[in-house]
Write a new protein. Structure first.
Length: 364
């Protein structure tokens, strides 16, 4: 049996911040991209119960179990020019919204290298099984319209567009979804999102994050990526500023949240095993935001998009939001305090942000 091979020509839409162990060196790694393909493939499979999902996922992408084996598809990333990599944060100096979204990557002395927008790179996929290639293509499709690669992808970084697919395409699925030449306005893009979601079964089972039943907001396009991202970045920054005192609500945008005022509260999530003061707590210090800000390039125009993953498995049952500074702790051995404030996660602040978005948008 022969191999099927396809090559995807990709264009960086917004800065891609991606590194290996050394965060001072840019590296667009195949393992990082494969991890994102795997994540978004999973988000597009709400029809599977968790146990079945794990088996199917491990069969396609590989796993550590005895029966899992290697990934059924080999992946390579290449073709980007070293001259397109920069540390220069002055490119964002006139964009307060973008600086807010990329804040942690632009700190003085801690600037991360990134691949410049409009740069090109290639993704090569090879497999003996065309069905497995289609599963990878499906993951890449979801990344193009919902995610990205590298750091801060839920705050606008890491977006890319697949401009061309070459190779053994005869039995490939989803190719029409990559063709954006007929997208001439935000209503057209809304319809494209609708067609993508129609291909995905809906579910009410929140065992993991899925994209079914999500809320998608599409705004008028811009001629430049930075203007598009700045438009929604300012909306988000201004909203967060107005609600900066709601320290137990803003963690619903993702944790941790570290506030600058007062004693610099750091908001995380904990599970108290019982009400005993000496009881240990189980902590969660990092959770991805259910709110995605991104830029989608269609037909040489840049569309700001805000996506709310309503079916996000944000925190497991019994976990509550707490100020880490209030935990009487010694290293990681947290103990419960009957007087400390604990708040269950809720989505009202995200919905409030969505209500503040301009009315002249397309909503799905």
């Amino acid at each position: 049996m022969g191999f099927y091979k396809i090559v995807l020509d990709c264009e960086c839409v917004t800065p891609i911040f991606n590194s290996g162990i050394n965060t001072n060196e840019f590296e667009l790694r195949a393992s990082s991209l494969k991890g994102m393909i795997r994540y978004w493939w999973r988000a597009a499979r709400p029809d599977l119960k968790l146990e079945k999902l794990a088996k199917v996922e491990s069969y396609i992408f590989g796993g550590t179990g005895k029966e899992d084996g290697k990934s059924k598809v080999s992946l390579k990333v290449y073709g980007y020019d070293d001259s397109a990599i920069t540390y220069d944060s002055s490119n964002f100096s006139n964009y307060d919204g973008i600086k807010y979204l990329f804040y942690s990557l632009l700190l003085p002395g801690k600037q991360r290298p990134y691949l410049k927008p409009c740069s090109n790179f290639k993704i090569e996929l090879v497999s003996k099984d065309i069905t497995m290639l289609n599963e990878f293509i499906k993951g890449l499709l979801i990344i193009q319209y919902f995610g990205g690669v590298g750091s801060r992808t839920r705050r606008g970084a890491g977006s890319f567009v697949i401009n061309q697919i070459d190779g053994d395409k005869e039995n490939l699925k989803y190719l029409d979804f990559f063709n954006t030449r007929n997208i001439s306005n935000k209503a057209d893009l809304r319809d494209l999102y609708k067609h993508i979601l129609n291909d995905i079964n809906s579910t009410n089972i929140l065992q993991y994050t899925v994209i079914s039943n999500c809320n998608i907001n599409i705004f008028n396009p811009y001629s430049q990526w930075d203007m598009a991202l700045e438009s929604i970045g300012l909306l988000f920054r201004n909203f967060r500023y107005n609600y900066k005192s709601s320290i137990y609500d803003t963690p619903n945008f993702g944790i941790p949240i570290i506030h600058k005022h007062g004693n610099r509260p750091k908001m995380i999530a904990v599970k108290i095993n019982n009400s005993n003061v000496k009881s240990k707590c189980e902590k969660i210090t990092r959770r991805a935001s259910p709110l995605i800000l991104k830029v989608v390039k269609c037909n040489n125009m840049y569309y700001p998009v805000v996506i709310y993953l309503k079916n996000t498995y944000f925190l497991p049952k019994w976990y509550e939001i707490v100020n880490e500074n209030d935990l009487p702790s010694k290293k990681n051995n947290y103990t419960a305090d009957p007087n400390m404030k604990l708040v269950r996660p809720n989505s009202w602040i995200i919905k409030q942000f969505l209500r503040t978005l301009p009315a002249d948008r397309e909503v799905l």
